[in-house]
Every structure is written in structure tokens, then in C-alpha cells.
Design a protein around this ligand. Structure first.
Ligand SMILES: NC(=O)c1ccc[n+]([C@@H]2O[C@H](COP(=O)([O-])OP(=O)(O)OC[C@H]3O[C@@H](n4cnc5c(N)ncnc54)[C@H](O)[C@@H]3O)[C@@H](O)[C@H]2O)c1
Length: 312
């Protein structure tokens, strides 16, 4: 199989590229390196294991060329994150929605039959149930949530009109190797950086808010398995089905690093959800995928990676 991974030098994309190569597939990466890191895939490029196309999903001609002779597209290129989208709403929509249309048009022109799309739990907006299944109301409350939802809907519409199978995986909180610190980023790299910088962790609210964390190795596997096993257009929530408090996470990360920095509590932020946990049963029932990596094991692995690669 020949796969195109858009955003393949990014955190999740580079982990998928690794898995696809291990499984013996041909891989082309399209990435403009705006938030991705060439180091994530440099050894594959140097060894000619992959084809790397430096390009932007906003460039329709470039995307059309990148989708030539491809069997499946894993579409991960995006402007990522709620706050980034609030600061740059037009950029967010152009990359996330128009970029997705360009990918779908490239697929249509080149007869590519399957797309696995990296969607997000951000499409739901405020979470109203303790455990979120695929039918939870979709009230995206940020430009990012709206653009990810609109891209999902665009994929579903193309699938109805053209011969394209669209599989949308709505990720909850993903962490793991190749996830670097980013001011707009997720809590685990932010905590890792502060711990190794010997600075107190900042927690907004009382720290009893909960999150559902999934290791990136499981996300790469979910992308791969769904592309092989799923032959019908569908949407799936991708979480572990369990959650932990931010207080507990802060405690675990300090313990793993063997560095005690303490916590500074600040007022709760507007728009932060209190509890977040996926109902992960549909993807298990329909595709046979289940999260395997235990959080503790994944955090130990991540802190080791962060220490070796990111601490100067
Ligand atoms: N990390 C998470 O917790 C999470 C949660 C939900 C959904 N997602 C989705 O997963 C996907 C991957 O996210 P990530 O966490 O790996 O982020 P990332 O920023 O590491 O990866 C995004 C990649 O896309 C590339 N890119 C950005 N704009 C581009 C453009 N215009 N043209 C070409 N390439 C472009 C970046 O250079 C980067 O390599 C995204 O679609 C994101 O919305 C991530």
C-alpha cells in the first residue's frame, strides 16, 4: 500500500509514519513544517525510506500532485488548538477546512478511495455527559472546533457524492514521544518542561478536573487498523475510556522524573471543561481497536524521551 500522510513530520503524524514503515508500506509525507519537526522523520528521509514533499495543504495544485498514485490518505495537517484558533481564526479555517477540501479534490482527481481524518473531541464544545459517545451534541465553541467539525462534514459529504470512504477519528487528549513543548500545547509537555526547568506547575482551578489521555502509539495503531479494516464511511471517538485528575497527573509526572516542584493554583479559565472522558466502545465494537498502553507506562516512556531529546 502507498500512503500519503499530511502533517507527517508532526507529533502524531511522525508516529504513524514509523508504524507504516514497520508494517512494510510505502509512505509519502506532505508537510510545510509550520509546527512539525524535520528531526521526527529525518532518518527516514536520509535513508530514502519515505518521500518527503515540502508543501502546504492550502496549495491545491501541490496537494493534487501529492495525491497521485496513493491508496490511502491519513490527513493530519492542521492548525492545532483552541487558543491558537482564537488568536488566528482565518488561518485556522483556511488550513483546516480549505486544506481538507484540497485533499479531497486531489483524491477525487487521482481516484484515491480512502481517507482517515484526524478529528478532535473539540467538535463537541461543552461536554454535557460524563462519558462522551459519538452521538453527543456537537456544539463546537472555538474556531478550531468549528473547522475540525466542518472538515469532518466535508469528508462525509464527499463520501456521499464520490467514491471515497471517509473515516473520522475524534481524538481526546493525546500524549507521547515526539510531542514537544508548545505554548499553545497540551498539559503533559507543558508539565514536563516545567518539571525539568525546576519551576512550579500551574493548575487552573482546583485540579480535580479530569481528562482522558491516550498514548500516541495507540493513535497511530487506530489510524492504521481503521484504514485496513473499515470499508464504510464512519466517525469514531478515540479515547481510553478512563480519565484522571490533573492533580494526579501532576503528582505522577513529578514522581516519575524524581523532581518535586510543587503546584501553583490559579483561577479556573473560562471555557475549560470540567470532566472529559470518551466512550470508546464503538471503535472496539466495529473495528476491534482498543487502547493498550497503560497511562503510567506511557508517562514513564514519555518523560524519558522528553529528558533525552528536549532537555538541554
Ligand atoms: N495532539 C492532540 O491531542 C490532538 C487532539 C485532537 C486532534 N488532533 C489532531 O491531530 C492532528 C495532528 O496533530 P498533532 O498534535 O500531531 O499536531 P502537530 O502540530 O505536531 O502536527 C500538525 C502537522 O501539520 C503540519 N501542517 C500544519 N499546517 C500545514 C499546512 N498548511 N500544510 C501542510 N502541513 C501543515 C505541521 O507542520 C505539523 O507537522 C491534527 O489534525 C490535530 O487537529 C490532535
Amino acid at each position: 500500500m502507498k500512503a500519503l500522510v499530511t502533517g507527517g513530520s508532526g507529533f502524531i503524524g511522525s508516529n504513524l509514519v514509523k508504524l507504516l514503515l514497520e508494517e512494510g508500506h510505502d509512505v509519502r509525507v506532505l508537510d510545510n513544517l509550520s509546527s512539525g519537526h524535520i528531526e521526527n522523520i529525518a532518518s527516514y528521509i536520509a535513508n530514502n525510506d519515505i518521500e518527503f514533499v515540502a508543501g502546504d495543504v492550502r496549495d491545491a495544485d501541490m496537494v493534487a500532485r501529492a495525491t497521485e498514485n496513493i491508496d490511502v490518505v491519513y490527513h493530519m495537517a492542521a492548525s492545532v488548538g483552541r487558543q491558537r484558533s482564537i488568536d488566528n481564526p482565518a488561518l485556522d479555517s483556511t488550513i483546516n477546512l480549505v486544506g481538507t477540501v484540497n485533499v479531497l479534490e486531489g483524491m477525487r482527481k487521482n481516484n484515491v478511495g480512502k481517507i482517515v481524518y484526524s478529528s478532535s473531541a473539540a467538535i463537541f464544545g461543552e461536554l454535557k455527559e460524563p462519558s462522551i459517545d459519538e452521538n453527543h451534541v456537537q456544539n463546537a465553541d472555538s474556531p478550531y472546533g468549528v473547522s475540525k467539525l466542518a472538515a469532518e462534514k466535508m469528508i462525509l459529504s464527499y463520501s456521499g457524492i464520490h467514491n471515497i470512504t471517509g473515516i473520522c477519528l475524534r481524538y481526546f487528549n493525546i500524549y507521547g514521544n515526539n510531542q514537544r513543548y508548545d505554548a499553545y500545547g497540551n498539559v503533559i509537555p507543558i508539565f514536563a518542561k516545567r518539571i525539568y526547568d525546576n519551576e512550579k506547575l500551574t493548575i487552573y482551578g482546583d485540579g480535580e478536573q479530569t481528562r482522558d489521555f491516550v498514548n500516541v502509539s495507540d493513535v497511530a495503531r487506530a489510524n492504521y487498523i481503521s484504514s485496513i479494516k473499515c470499508n464504510e464511511t464512519d466517525v469514531f471517538n478515540l479515547g481510553s475510556g478512563s480519565s484522571i485528575t490533573i492533580n494526579k497527573l501532576a503528582e505522577m509526572l513529578q514522581e516519575i522524573a524524581g523532581i518535586k516542584v510543587g503546584v501553583d493554583y490559579k483561577p479556573e479559565r473560562v471555557g475549560d471543561v470540567k470532566h472529559c472522558k470518551a466512550d470508546a466502545s464503538k471503535i472496539e465494537r466495529k473495528i476491534g481497536f482498543k487502547v493498550e498502553k497503560e497511562l503510567e507506562e506511557g508517562l514513564v516512556e514519555y518523560m524519558r524521551w522528553y529528558h533525552d531529546i528536549c532537555v538541554k
